[in-house]
Design a protein around this ligand. Structure first.
Ligand code: NG6
Ligand code: CA
Length: 502
């Protein structure tokens, strides 16, 4: 009997051990403003995205996966920290000079994976602030930043592609800076004497949409939000950005191919300003927004080839998603509206970026892990990016001390396709956390915000009356059942209240 027990124990230990050393590499490919209708594997017919479709065919395609929020900073905050962003002040869309909004003592997704022996890196858009204050010297090492919250390597741009400073920052230092031409950034007043979109619109290669702003310092013929001076040699060229990021991402993968690694690869496309590489310009027929989506698809194909050539494609988990839903006119006259040609970035859903309606947070999401997951699965489970922290910690067996403070749930089984239900509820945030999904029900609390954004023409989901939708029979949120079903409405309203007032 004792020998059998010992044998079982040894077997168990060896299974645990083999799982540990077989921890998959993890790559999160995080797009910016990509909609659930933007990919051909999600039913888009006007655009073809074969590489992403193949990823879905090899893995799990989620139809009810969400970011926490319909804009970038809060969604990224939740992905990194496992917390609902609206519980912390100052997690709305950040200016380019903002200070870091993640506490360096708090657990994060990269920290958790680092503790489990992973090499951790970020390449791409950050948008969670840098340094300890707004006033900072961009000519010295800027800290704290991604390296202080768990990434051993970082190659980022600070905020959004339409905000200054338009430079890359590698491990806290601006890349390619000439010390004789120091860089300065200001979000209040014009600095230096460079032209701005407002004063010199004739210098723009892409005009900004009226009333959107985006008319401060001109970089690469594009007006930006915010003012900057100096740092000329460090400024990016938008057309080259995807290649620059791809090279860094490939290099990071190659360097760490023999260890488990975690790469957070945060693409800028199809966020504005859409200025795709020359080879993609005009390729989609849908204007630069469509071209930028083809560029994403190409990037995914490059990553897949790279993994294959290094022989690590089977044991690499790729999670592909987006930080929020789609928007067409987000500040520049780039023909995204006029060349749409019947394409539906939001798919069958209502709203888009900024909206509490489904298309604000229900984003395309694919998980592929060839070694462990059967391909071709479609999952309708309710999953949220915020849960990746706890779910992956469960997968790699990395303890998170402050588990009780997190909103991140262990939903590993849903993420790997073994549970088709997922979360019991999820609070979603347009501009405020006023939506809750519980099973097939979605409730939006009454509020007096405008119903359609004048700038972007997106339906924001605001209404003076309570809204209740049956997402199974009415995924497009057209038929408000709140009056018909007062009890269900109250049940969800109370739950939302309880969870947001804590
Ligand atoms: C908005 C910008 C928009 C975009 C967004 C952030 C205006 C009028 N609009 O404030 O262009 O940059 O912020 O997008 O300034 S996000 O995807 O990073 O959240
Ligand atoms: Ca975004």
């Amino acid at each position: 009997m004792k020998i059998i027990q010992l044998f079982i124990l040894l077997l168990f230990q060896s299974i645990c051990w083999s799982q540990k050393i077989n921890n998959p590499n993890i790559i999160i490919i995080y797009t910016d403003d990509l909609g659930i209708g933007d990919l051909s594997c999600y039913g888009g017919t006007k655009i073809k995205t074969p590489a992403i479709d193949q990823l879905a065919a090899k893995g799990i395609k989620f139809t009810n996966a969400h970011s926490t929020s319909a804009t970038c900073t809060p969604s990224r905050y939740a992905l990194m920290t496992g917390k609902y962003p609206w519980k912390k002040k100052g997690t709305g869309v950040l200016p380019g000079d903002a200070a870091l909004i993640i506490d360096t003592n708090q657990i994060t997704l990269p920290k958790m994976l680092k503790n489990a022996g992973y090499k951790t890196g970020i390449v791409g858009k950050w948008h969670l602030g840098l340094g300890s204050q707004v006033e900072k010297d961009w000519n010295k090492r800027i800290s704290p930043g991604p390296n202080e919250v768990g990434f051993e390597y970082s190659f980022i741009f600070p905020a959004t592609a339409d905000r200054v400073p338009t430079v890359f920052v590698e491990n806290g230092t601006v890349v390619g800076l000439d010390s004789n031409d120091p860089i300065a950034v200001n979000y209040k007043n014009k600095i230096g004497n460079e032209p701005t979109g407002k004063e010199n619109p004739e210098l723009l290669k892409m005009k900004n949409s009226p009333e959107h702003g985006h008319d401060n310092t001109i970089v690469n013929g594009i007006g930006r939000i915010g003012f900057m001076s100096g740092g000329k040699t460090a400024r990016w060229t938008d057309e080259e950005m995807p290649l620059t990021f791809l090279n860094q991402a490939k290099f990071f993968i190659e360097q760490h191919k023999d260890k488990p690694f975690f790469l957070y690869y945060a693409l800028t496309e199809p966020h504005v300003p859409r200025m795709p590489s020359t080879v993609f310009k005009g390729k989609s027929g849908l204007g630069y927004r469509g071209d930028a989506i083809l560029q994403i698809d190409w990037t995914v194909s490059q990553i897949q080839h790279h993994l294959k050539s290094l022989g690590i494609d089977k044991n690499t988990m790729i999670i592909f998603s987006s930080d929020n839903g789609p928007v067409l006119d987000d500040g520049y006259m780039d023909d995204a509206v006029t060349k749409l040609n019947g394409h539906t970035p939001s798919g069958i859903f209502r709203g888009g970026k900024y909206s509490v309606f489904e298309a604000g947070t229900r984003v395309p999401t694919i998980l592929s892990w060839p070694e462990k997951i059967k391909g071709g699965t479609v999952s309708n489970a309710l999953v949220c990016q915020m849960d990746l922290l706890s779910s992956l910690s469960n997968l790699v067996d990395s303890k998170i001390k402050s588990e009780t403070e997190l909103d991140s749930e262990i939903q590993l089984n849903a993420w790997i396709g073994n549970d088709l239900i997922g979360r019991s509820n999820l609070i979603v945030q347009g501009m405020q956390p006023n939506g809750i999904i519980v099973g097939k029900w979605k409730y939006i609390s009454p509020n007096n915000g405008i119903s359609i954004s004048k700038l972007t023409n997106v339906e924001l989901g605001n209404d003076l009356v309570p809204q209740l939708y049956d997402l199974i029979s009415d995924p497009g949120e057209k038929n408000n059942l709140a009056k018909q079903l007062p009890e269900k409405t109250k049940e969800l309203a109370d739950l939302l209240d309880k969870k947001t007032k804590n």
